[in-house]
Design a protein around this ligand. Structure first.
Ligand code: ATP
Ligand code: MG
Length: 401
């Protein structure tokens, strides 16, 4: 099956598009990674997505417009990919996450289990799939996260199935550094996974505010600054970092105002100039490294993917605290293409009616879900079996029940 995957991550940096050919037999799934590229967002649309995210107030009219326009932007990227790479059987669209709802109360704050601190309660990805189906003429699997949340899981990260199948032969931490950073711990007991906290998102926001540029090129600005130990220790006190796996978070916690607000609440000044970038880069290094050391001390290698691999300062920081750090490219999966291919794999499994998560701890899935569920929804719906066949209807007979 030729599967085209479309996704945009928490950085809203680009629309990723990947084409993969998949098949499976006797439990062995084969994925041939045919192509991957990144397409720029139409500039005004990217700006509007960022402007609509927390801490901005919600405007439902704008949410509706974004849902349509993101769907249309994905549709255009998908149609172009099909034109250039050839026909596909299925499109998988992750859409653009605009909110990931995680409870913040105290761990024993009462209420039902779903209200407890750290429980994921909902997640919203915009980009109406109807536009993608209309433009590509192919069925679209979308809304990949909600079924896992409805089964009691975090709904994120969803990469643990790929990591477990790909890297599970020895103690390994798979680390993806996107806007948010996530880890999957495999090869040493049950699979565990979760978001460690900010990847690039706080750094990107600080760089954009100071320079207008979207990120710190190769980590050069952070490299020219010095870590502010007082500000760093205040930021490291964020309770999220101490929470056990599985866990997930997003830009609604680590939003563009988070650093200034957290430091102001502690009466600590925001570091000046490049020192802020150095401090935020070190925050990602420390939270990732400490999570891996705490939760998987036997880790032999750390396989890193995501746009963060291009930040040399970040990577050097990780190498100074963790051994066996390699980029996913070294193992055959391009760092920038991994997430899009992961969605191709999950979409394929969903189309085959197979679950998209792996077993984790205590009889739960690695996402924390109570049961293995097939991820996603299908547009247009698959026809239900019908003994009379599919004749277009022309008359309705209403009967009282
Ligand atoms: N040349 C570079 N130098 C430094 N950082 C870079 C460079 N290129 C990309 N990045 C960083 O990588 C980010 C994009 O990474 P990626 O696409 O993996 O994240 P994402 O789309 O947010 O995904 P996720 O869903 O995993 O959060 C950019 O926002 C930027 O911070
Ligand atoms: Mg991206």
């Amino acid at each position: 099956m030729r599967v085209l995957a479309l996704s945009s991550g928490t950085s809203v940096d680009a629309i990723d598009v990947a084409l993969a050919e998949l098949d499976d037999a006797d439990g062995v799934v084969r994925m041939r990674m045919v192509a991957h590229t990144e397409r720029s967002w139409p500039a005004p649309l990217r700006g509007r997505i960022l402007a609509a995210l927390p801490p901005a107030a919600t405007d439902l009219g704008e949410v509706c417009r974004l849902d349509t326009e993101i769907g249309q932007a994905f549709a255009a990227v998908g149609a172009r990919a099909i034109e250039e790479w050839g026909a596909v059987d299925l499109v998988v669209s992750h859409g653009q996450t605009v909110h990931h709802w995680v409870e913040h109360g105290t761990p024993d704050g009462g209420g039902d289990a779903g209200d407890r601190a750290g429980s994921a309660r909902g997640t919203l990805q915009l980009g109406s799939p109807a536009w993608i189906a209309a433009r590509t003429g192919r069925p679209v699997i979308h809304d990949l996260r909600t079924a896992d949340i409805a089964a009691g899981g975090q709904g994120a990260p969803l990469v643990s199935l790929l990591d477990a199948l790909w890297l599970g032969d020895r103690p390994t931490a798979a680390l993806n550094i996107g806007g948010i950073a996530n880890i999957t711990l495999v090869g040493d007991g049950p699979v565990r996974a979760g978001d460690t906290g900010p990847g690039n998102c706080l750094l990107d926001a600080a760089i954009a505010a100071a320079t207008g540029y979207p990120f710190d090129p190769e980590g050069s600005l952070a490299a020219a600054g010095r870590v502010d130990p007082v500000a760093l220790s205040v930021l490291l006190a964020e309770p999220y970092y101490a929470r056990p796996l599985p866990k997930s978070t997003g830009r609604e916690t680590f939003d563009a105002g988070y650093v200034a607000a957290t430091l102001a609440a502690a009466g600590v000044a925001v570091p000046a100039g490049n020192d802020l970038f150095a401090t935020l880069t070190e925050l990602t290094v420390r939270t990732v490294a400490e999570a891996i050391v705490r939760d998987a001390p036997g880790t032999e290698r750390v396989v890193v993917s995501g746009g963060g691999v291009r930040n040399a300062t970040l990577l050097a920081g990780l190498r100074s605290r963790l051994s066996g750090v390699v980029t996913s490219d070294a193992l055959g999966l391009a760092a920038e293409a991994k997430e899009a291919h992961m969605f191709a794999l999950l979409g394929y499994l969903s189309a085959r009616g197979l679950p998209g998560t792996v077993p984790g701890v205590d009889g739960r899935r690695a996402t924390g879900a109570r049961s293995a569920v097939v991820l996603g929804s299908l547009t247009p719906p698959a026809p239900a079996p019908c003994p009379t066949g599919r004749v277009p209807v022309h008359t309705l007979v209403l009967e009282e029940g």
